[in-house]
Write a protein that binds this ligand. Structure first.
Ligand SMILES: N[C@@H](CCC(=O)N[C@@H](CS)C(=O)NCC(=O)O)C(=O)O
Length: 285
């Protein structure tokens, strides 16, 4: 068993700007804006500033599901925030999300406008605003929020832990890969056991908890997120695979996954979304 090179932390941590890894150029130990940059504003009340990462698509899936239900007030403008270029540190974005991470939402349909950051908070805000995908009874709502918060708390292990050390770190270190692989496999098993007995995470009803978890674990079991499917034996979590396929077959999910996406097949990308016609201009995928 190999081990990482020994590291003795100094008394006070120093920022090594060239520490390596895919995101070293945008990571900083301080918050706040790095530059003045106003955000664009479209014609709809809801302005979304995002990118089609798992955290981003949670929100576009919900918005497209609301539109699919016929909720016209859920029309939205979705603007691309290129995190690799540091656009999350522009002053306009930071005013909506002081944590400088996508997704961020501004509801201009209220006076004054309401800002919402954190994907889970945005899902709850929209589900409550439009009365859909968040059960009303105390017991069902508690179950839904439990699974939703479970996902929000679990994502950093999957993305920041497993994804970072397995796919993005400049070198492969056995200790963190072992630690986070163990945790991610445990999370997949948590989901798998729950979905063995239930159609959706909370029972028969498809909710914002499914949208949030599908965005991450669906990407693991169906799309080889971080190139980790074989390593994690993703296909062995058969109930998760069944559930993810079921969700992915929904037209709103297919649309939501394309919004604010600026990679992959050109014809599938909907880099900015302002109306339903933005999907129709391209070959159906
Ligand atoms: N807890 C946040 C996490 C959001 C997040 O990590 N967003 C990533 C993209 S998936 C991001 O914007 N990263 C840019 C950065 O860290 O500078 C949420 O659920 O909204």
């Amino acid at each position: 068993m190999s081990s990482d090179p020994a590291y003795t932390p100094p008394a006070v941590w120093q920022w090594d700007k060239d520490s390596g890894g895919r995101f070293a150029h945008i990571n900083r130990p301080v918050a706040g804006a790095t530059h003045e940059q106003a955000l664009p504003v479209g014609e709809h009340a809801l302005q979304l500033y995002s990118l089609a990462t798992p955290n981003g698509v949670k929100v576009t899936i919900l918005l497209e599901e609301l539109l699919e239900l016929g909720v016209k007030e859920a029309e939205y403008d979705a603007w691309l925030i290129e995190i690799g270029k540091g656009q999350q540190f522009g002053s306009g974005f930071v005013a909506i999300n002081p944590n400088s991470k996508i997704p961020a939402l501004l509801d201009r349909g209220t006076t004054p406008p309401i800002r919402v950051f954190e994907s889970g908070a945005i899902l709850v805000y929209l589900a409550e605003k439009f009365g859909a995908f968040l059960p009303r009874s105390a017991a069902d709502r508690a179950e839904c929020l439990s699974w939703l918060f479970w996902q929000i708390g679990s994502a950093p292990y999957l993305g920041g832990g497993f994804g970072h050390f397995y796919a993005y770190a400049p070198e492969k270190y056995q200790y963190p890969i072992n630690r986070y692989t163990m945790e991610v496999k445990r999370q997949l098993d948590v989901l798998d056991r729950n979905l063995a007995a239930r159609t959706y995470l909370c029972g028969d009803e498809y909710t914002i908890a499914d949208m949030a978890s599908y965005a991450w674990y669906g990407a693991v079991v169906l799309h080889n997120l971080y190139d980790g499917a074989e390593f994690l034996q993703a296909a062995s979590y058969t109930h998760v695979v069944r559930w993810a396929r079921q969700i992915e077959a929904r037209p709103a999910v297919a649309r939501g996954r394309r919004v604010n996406c600026n990679w992959g097949p050109e014809e599938a990308r909907v880099v900015e979304r302002h109306s339903a016609s933005d999907f129709l201009d391209r070959r159906s995928v």
